[in-house]
Design a protein around this ligand. Sequence first.
Ligand code: 5AD
Ligand code: SF4
Length: 483
Amino acid sequence: MTMDLLIPDKVHDESRQGEALVLEPVGKHNGRKLYIESYGCAMNFSDSEIVASILAEKGFETTSDFNNADVVFINTCSIRENAEVRVRNRLKEFAGAKFRNPGMVVGVLGCMAERLKAKFLEEEKLVDVVVGPDAYRDLPNLIEQVDSGQRAVNVLLSREETYADISPVRLNSNGINAFVSIMRGCDNMCSFCVVPFTRGRERSRDAYSVVAECKDLFDKGYREVTLLGQNVDSYKWSGQLAKGGEALAVGDEITVVNFANLLEMVALVSPELRVRFSTSHPKDITDEVLHTIAKYENICNYIHLPVQSGNSRILDIMNRTYDREWYMNRIDAIRRIIPECAISTDVITGFCTETEEEHNDTVTMMDYVKYDFAYMFKYSERPGTLAAKRYADDIPEDIKQRRLAQIVAKQQEYSFYRMQARIGKIEKVLIEGYSKKSDKDYCGRSDQNAMVIFPVSENYKPGQYVNVLVERTTSATLIGKIV
Ligand code: 5AD
Ligand code: SF4
């Protein structure tokens, strides 16, 4: 675990970083093997499933060993400098395999590909192909181009591409939870963030295709979907919903679907299908969304609401477009409308010009909310962002580190506090499988997204719901027994 990340969950799972993905080919096997590994956010992992689907159609088989692959892809993240350093190091490891097998195609996908474009080919001689997040349909052509002796680049960003029609092949799946991408890109322009440059303009996916994908997952036995977008609250799709679609009980007349409507449509697929989502933006999360969460038992009581800073001046130069009071008001609304809701956040310490008092406002915000989880980072200047252009990265590393350590310690207290409050309560848990430590225990998540461990019972299998009485906790896990 890196120092800048505290508690992994499924959306920001540190243990999945660099995971290789394996699946069966869909089309006729073409004799070539694909290796693909992913870094960064859940959206990247979801994109790798799209990439694998596109190439499986062309007959590629996947392998979990890059040494015997014909095509090696790395799906990259640019969010902080250390994410990029990690990818460069990994590329060095691929160099040995390519030396032994000069015919091997090495490709860089995702945010780093988009950020560095053709420069990547100059910087990393080993790389043959560079492909941005909106150009994956072009991969079969690009690979052909490399086969014919050229190096290939496609980093065109699109205003329309949502890969809505590509049914992603679920990779390394437990068959119970799946990510469903509902939108791409981001229009927010937070000054520290590289995402608007690497993932382009925001666009929402056809609501009907989202519901159809969730229904298909449910029919295949999946019991939890996490709807993914950089800013799910600004989801907006307009179009004609199919008449007579069984799951579309919201009504055929709807031509504009907002996030609250979409949540409801997915919740209506089945009461047995849990619905989660990430990430919400404090400026856009509406009471309508909160009421929808409260209305449906199967929409989980868990909201990831990044605060970034608790100080209004810092929020202003971060271009977050809300202030401390606005954020607190949204927290109050969540507590009022969904009293049992767990809340997690993202925090950046040591942003440009942040004073000790301003940092302290972040600390007191944590006291106000008492977050269930937090992902905490030191500010990392990213080339090309508004902050890099406008403000000096002037907080010394040791101060950033001290502020980070302070909020990490604070969060540990509150995580423990939130877990302790569950002792004696009965949690509805979706069983995901055996616990990592012992096959005598099952693990699964509570409605509020806490990991729960309890002894295996022959009467229940993964994919089923059970009621678990919480008897004790660590700062990250609830421990109990089925009742
Ligand atoms: N430096 C540090 N953290 C960052 N994040 C985004 N950009 C940066 C950066 N330049 C964090 C934010 C965001 C999360 C996904 O990553 O907290 O919410
Ligand atoms: Fe980056 Fe802000 Fe968009 Fe999140 S909302 S991806 S932090 S620009």
